[in-house]
Design a protein around this ligand. Sequence first.
Ligand code: GAL
Length: 869
Amino acid sequence: MGLKFQRLLLVSIVQLLVVAGEFFKPFNVSYDGRAMIIDGKRRMLISGGIHYPRATPEMWPDLISKSKEGGVDIIETYVFWNGHEPVREQYVFEGRYDIVKFVKQVGASGLYLFLRIGPYVCAEWNFGGFPVWLRDVPGIEFRTDNAPFKEEMERFVKKIVDLMREESLFSWQGGPIIMLQIENEYGNIESSYGSEGKDYMRWAAKMAVGLGAGVPWVMCKQVDAPDNIIDTCNGYYCDGFKPNSNNKPIIWTEEWDGWYTCWGDRVPHRPAQDIAFAVARFYQRGGSFQNYYMYFGGTNFGRSAGGPNYITSYDYDAPLDEYGLLRQPKWGHLKDLHAAIKLCEPALVAVRTPKYIKLGSKQEAHVYQDKGQKCSAFLANIDEHNSAIVRFQKQAYTLPPWSVSILPDCKNVAFNTAKIGVQTSIKTVGVDSTAYPNDPLPLKLMAPYEVEYISKTWEIFKEPIGVWSASNFTYQGILEHLNVTKDKSDYLWYTTRIYVSNEDIQFWEENHLSPVLTIDSVRDLVYIFVNGQFTGSARGEWINVTQPVDLNEGYNDILLLSQTVGLQNYGAFLEKDGAGFRGQIKLSGFKNGDLVITESKWTYQVGLKGEYLKIYAIDEKRTVEWSELPPDVTATRFSWYKTYFDVPGGADPIAIDLSSLGKGQVWVNGHHIGRYWTLYAPKDGCQTCDYRGAYDSNKCLTNCGEPTQSWYHIPRSWVQASNNLLIIFEETEKTPFEISIKAHYTETICGKVSEDHSPPLHAWSLPETINGTVLLNHMAPELYLHCDAGNTISSIKFASYGTPQGSCQNFSRGDCHAPNSYAVLSQACLGRQNCWINISNDAFGGDPCHGVVKTLSVEMKCSPSSSLM
Ligand code: GAL
């Protein structure tokens, strides 16, 4: 059966189930002090975050099935208020905002759903999810005991709960929803609102529970959550967390398995070994429900990115990358971890408090033993530097530094968090995460000879500098940016006119001075033009701007283009944040002192002419004078560029490289891909990454000296094979001739597994292992290698069974090498999408060096299947 056909079949089965409506036999969800109780059974649960609007509906089934394959039981998502209600009481539940469809797809795949309604969500999402019109509700103050706010919040939360109930999506209706969240990390800011904060929190809890959803509610980071709401933990580590009552289970709502990125910053990564360590420690110490924030991060399409200054990619270094491909070794290592935890589930749910055994100064065991029946244990070494040999139940175990060994039967190690037994994948586009402890981060792979520019023929439309329509208005003084734009556009022109006398000109000439424009405080970005000429720019969060300017005798036009780059999404008093200018704007250096222009007459123009005309739309009716763009053009600021392009064949996701441009926005076939900005990260600070020791987002960084983001995801479902309309709005003088497009797929795969690695996890399900451990002890570890769907292993770059040295893309032979290494690998893998290799002397025709622990290291290439012909 062809792959395409298989996919189609799967999609139609899922669609059929979705139409049928009921996904499970109706079941109840409750909890006790140990765990969630699903349909009468305590469960150890793994959840994965996927925000539906950060992908397309066409991507959802694949993301959900890859989550399931990765050992996830639950999909978690926030609900995005400003996406669903962009205009008050005009709801959108379509396309990327078709939440009902998303929830149904999750149910159809047999997974549960955890819905975090908020409706404040933070999430690096524009304005934390609040619709911008909410600022204009008279008398409103967000997230406090304020009647107008509470009314709006209740209306939206009720709308969502009712919608889910009408669609029969709660567990007791046979739907997948097992848990809900109200608010988000309110505990972080509660004290800013004094006693009203607490009143609001209590109100929110009562309001939520009063909606009769019939499943438990949580509040994250809310130590004072009321009795009927579970307070939960968010963070890089949550072992040791205790909810505020013994009757509530230990839940980790956000396991930060990566981090978000700002324009101009280095890109954070979190090593798989450390995530596995954190998760294993959580279950070791009594945790029962853990959610990866994010399992798939995706893309901030359009203007949905939050602020200040969050980039368009929300990749998050998650187990599924921005494009939905497996990020290896992260995805696979966590899959193995989940399988190991699931092997322990019977013992974990049977025991309320594990037995604690101190094994050494920094080593400890937690044993879950149910009256001698079932027994599972976790052995931890929290020493960041040294490995340790510990004795547990009369056996010796070696624990690498900063690691946990999981023993589902209290004897055999099924998994150690520091020992990766799965492949590393390096993609054609972007940067992948860390491979092995102490390995340098893999570099960005982008062979120059492979570059194919998207087009040679382009058209241009010049965006006017300054006021462009009759829809402008004049006001005496400076208005706050968002009050004027209502966030309909990033851009707002402030223009005014000043008079310069001949005496001032003479004064400057005689004293070799030039006048200086100062703005007390600016966010997020301002471009300064004088008499139509670009003069300077500044960016930051409420920064002071000082700009020398050239003025002529007579009237001079001062044009300030204020820009937002994603609205603030975190903190108290968000409604007061605003953007644009604060304080005074003045010109200094005049003969008679400063010229304060804050209170002058300013003319305001919201947005760009091209935006207003929707010249990016595919069915754009209004006439725009496009003209041909000569290849040798000397471009000026603010141009719209247009071309048509074809996409690489096959099903691999695609990405466009915009690093040859400056800053702007991009549309494909009328779909808003997002903002782009070629801001370079600092040159230093990307040192070798070590998984050992407590993680923070500054620890493992890439992209030093590189643009923070070069590649932008174009979802497959937004393009056809050829003739796709590409529209770019570029703010700098850069031209579009060097834009390239590429399929995103795993190009290089590597594996490195030693003989002393634990046997494969599937061995635990063999019948022989139920009563004994004999077989397990004799099962060889194995290496599983795979290319993305539609790709096959096309060549072997390196293969050595023996004592190979180095790491991915840098392997070399050691003293010991089985001569048939290459032949064994070729036979097993070439031309296939997947292959398995046993790590044993038998598999390699005998022992190449007696008495030495052997390792298999391999590096292979994957290529789209068709290109093998
Ligand atoms: C949390 C917040 C999330 C997200 C995360 C950082 O504090 O609850 O919504 O913003 O930080 O990615």
